[in-house]
Write a protein that binds this ligand. Sequence first.
Ligand code: NAD
Length: 244
Amino acid sequence: SDTFDGLVAIVTGGASGIGAAIASMLRDRGADVAVLDLDPSTAPEGTLPVTADVTSDASVRAAIDTVTSTWGRVDIVVNNAGIGAQGTVEDNSDEDWHRVYDVNVLGVVRTTRAALPYLRLSPSAAIVNVSSIAATAGLQQRALYSATKGAVQSLTVAMAADHVREGIRVNCVNPGTVATPWVDRLLDSATDPAAERAALAARQPHGRLVTAEEVAGAVAYLAGRGSGSTTGTSLAVDGGMSGL
Ligand code: NAD
């Protein structure tokens, strides 16, 4: 697998779940990793915790300044911070749409915009966005969430086109249902969490939830030199949900 020795990676939302697994894996493979999160106190050991809110341009710019004044460069950006939303188009208000879009879509835009001047200077620049199976799967009760993740996938292709000549690759991963604190929170609100967890696992083609480490492995591949000719793509990490 790729080594990230000498490279600096930023992982938004890296203090929990998928982002924490990504931050840990990039760190283990040699990167200096900064975790940008609303609450970075649970960022993986050996990473740089930076308080940042991706809904604020000033906050993101200040966080990138902290990273570059610490390490002098940015080579890899993983846009992972995201929040969920349930419901049909009748259930969510305009305010809900603006709030979730602000994190899931504009969060990607702001972080990328602030990092681009540094990525242009990197010989191995890569952006990896965390979309979701929801981008294309037609999940029920997920209209708003799905639209944000569809936008992340479209943005991935558009940004890949805009920056390919600058040597900056842009790809995304589309996880299925991943065992993270987020999914735990959803399951805990069910009447019988254990039964609901088993039913959820049974609905996955490979009979279990995806692990955060499996998503991290896909992100590390797309962030590394081994995928040097891959840009503008989406990699499904969903146990076969979208492909079978
Ligand atoms: P999580 O809730 O465990 O972690 C999300 C992290 O993002 C938290 O640390 C949170 O503090 C941070 N965050 C939230 N809003 C932020 C903001 N405005 N600024 C900075 N940080 C912020 O969630 P997770 O399950 O690890 O999800 C991570 C990403 O993976 C999300 O984009 C989510 O949409 C995507 N995803 C998750 C699943 C799943 O099943 N868990 C499936 C597909 C895609």
